[in-house]
Ligand binder design. Structure first.
Ligand code: IDC
Length: 457
């Protein structure tokens, strides 16, 4: 890992600052820019830029830097609006990170391409003020040994199972966020540390609603938030399921264009990570399997174009019940599967609502289809009501026996029985003790935190 640290703090210049607190004539300016190549491959790379405002507060900024080699290009960036003119790159702050108080930092990044060499950028500026400094090579971050992603590496589908880098079946056990448009504060460094270390969760499912004040209202902002949660999961050795959380309307084709835009962006940006699984439609409902299949066959190629080896989860009819909630069953999928490889089919259940008939369908289907329980609740299908402990335990035992991975709804403090935390507790620092866990949270933590038995040969 190469890192370039550029620092400048001065007390006089006002050049180029768009908005300053305090008297403009005397405003202090200064910036640090820390550049990190996080990944590099034949002809391409991914880089992060951390900018720190060392001057007076700004409520708008533009970062500039120069790519020294003529072949270096920014392909796609995030957390800012990126452009390139010749060798000069600029990135303008997004709505949600454009304000930087004194000492505040923000992280940006981009995927780039290069033809010759790939030297670090030079001439960093923030609002036109140069950030100059020394080039340093700090120690490489230690690999997170023993974590789910370190042990299992890039996943793939083998037969009806999810398999790890040793081509052996694995069961991933973890938690789903609630809608990130509502429960953003629940997903922070402390809560994700707890999820990885105390809960020993293998995955974080990132539920990005499309409607209900979700993605459709701010595509760039939600894409950036998803990417940032992918990074936070990656840093802790967890897999991240990127859930395009369609719910109402139930026909995923309503969101086909949005799905293509979203997945082409997140797939390009995350292609070189090993921890990403794509879930292309949460719960199709009121729609035929043929329509869902048609949607999947248009969205999957968009992902494969830039991220050819990632596992994709396809939602199924009847709120991802393999059609059972619509009076059908798994045979409609078995007889007419999605024309793609390396895919799994979603099965969702809510333990107080969905019992023996649904378990029977999963038991049958598991012999023929790769299944992933990307969402389930211990309560009723409303997301509320009491925990049905007997049914939840029967389900979890079945999934363990069949080695089917799962994500529980929800790692949040929503005021409903399915939430793992008591209302209002996400604002604290405790995400693990009985003081904050609900009955559902305590049950799931006890199930998820038992030792994994990931094969290593
Ligand atoms: C529920 C939430 C609830 C929210 C509602 C509508 O728990 O707070 O008001 O969505 O957005 C699903 C869906 C999931 C539902 C959940 C519980 O995937 O979005 O969350 N559920 O109803 N399928 C079956 C149940």
């Amino acid at each position: 890992m190469k890192r370039l640290l550029a620092l400048l703090a001065t007390g006089a210049s006002t050049v180029g600052l768009t908005v300053l607190a305090g008297p403009p004539a005397q405003a202090a300016t200064g910036c640090a820019a820390e550049y990190t190549i996080t990944n590099q491959w034949e002809g391409g790379f991914q880089a992060g830029v951390k900018i720190t405002n060392l001057g007076d507060p700004v409520s708008g900024w533009t970062l500039g830097f120069t790519l020294p080699d003529a072949g270096q290009k920014v392909v796609q960036g995030w957390n800012a609006t990126w452009s390139q003119s010749g060798s000069r790159v600029t990135a303008g702050g997004a709505d949600w990170n454009r304000t930087l108080s004194t000492g505040a930092s923000t992280d940006l990044g981009f995927v780039g391409s290069f033809t010759g060499s790939n030297p670090a950028p030079t001439s960093f500026t923030l609002n036109g003020v140069t950030c100059t400094g020394s080039v340093t090579d700090p120690p490489t971050d230690p690999p997170a040994t023993g974590t789910p992603t370190a042990v299992n590496g890039q996943l793939h589908v083998c037969g009806v199972h999810l398999c790890n880098q040793y081509d052996r079946p694995v069961q991933l056990r973890g938690m789903s966020t609630h809608g990130i448009q509502w429960f953003g504060p629940c997903y922070n460094d402390a809560s994700l540390d707890a999820l990885a270390q105390d809960w020993k969760s293998d995955l974080l499912r990132v539920a990005m609603y499309v409607q209900e004040d979700g993605y459709e209202t701010d595509p760039a902002g939600f894409t950036a938030r998803v990417n940032s949660l992918v990074d936070m999961a990656e840093a802790r050795g967890m897999y991240a399921v990127i859930d395009f959380h369609t719910l109402t309307p139930g026909d995923p084709n309503y969101n086909l264009d949005r799905a293509k835009t979203f997945f082409s962006s997140v797939a390009a940006r995350n292609a070189h990570k090993k921890n990403v699984i794509y879930e292309i439609a949460n719960e199709p409902n009121g729609v035929s399997w043929a329509a869902v299949k048609s949607y999947a066959e248009q969205v999957i190629p968009v992902i494969r174009a830039t991220d050819p080896d990632a596992v994709v989860i396809v939602g199924t009819r009847g709120w991802s019940s393999l059609g059972v909630s619509d009076g059908s069953n798994e045979s409609e999928v078995v007889n007419n599967p999605v024309n793609a490889t390396n895919i799994m089919y979603a099965f969702h259940f809510y333990a107080a609502s969905h019992k023996d008939a649904y378990r029977a369908a999963v038991s049958r289907a598991a012999a023929q289809l790769p299944l992933f329980v990307s969402e389930f609740g211990t309560v009723s299908a409303t997301g509320g009501g009491a925990v049905d402990r007997a049914s939840s335990v029967a389900w979890l035992d079945l999934l363990d026996r069949l080695k089917i991975g799962y994500g529980n709804w929800t790692y949040s403090d929503a005021d409903e029985g399915s939430a793992a935390f008591r209302p209002g507790t996400c604002g604290g620092t405790d995400y693990s003790s009985s003081g904050v866990l609900t009955e559902s949270g305590a049950l799931l933590k006890s199930r998820i935190s038992t030792a994994d038995d990931f094969p290593t040969s």
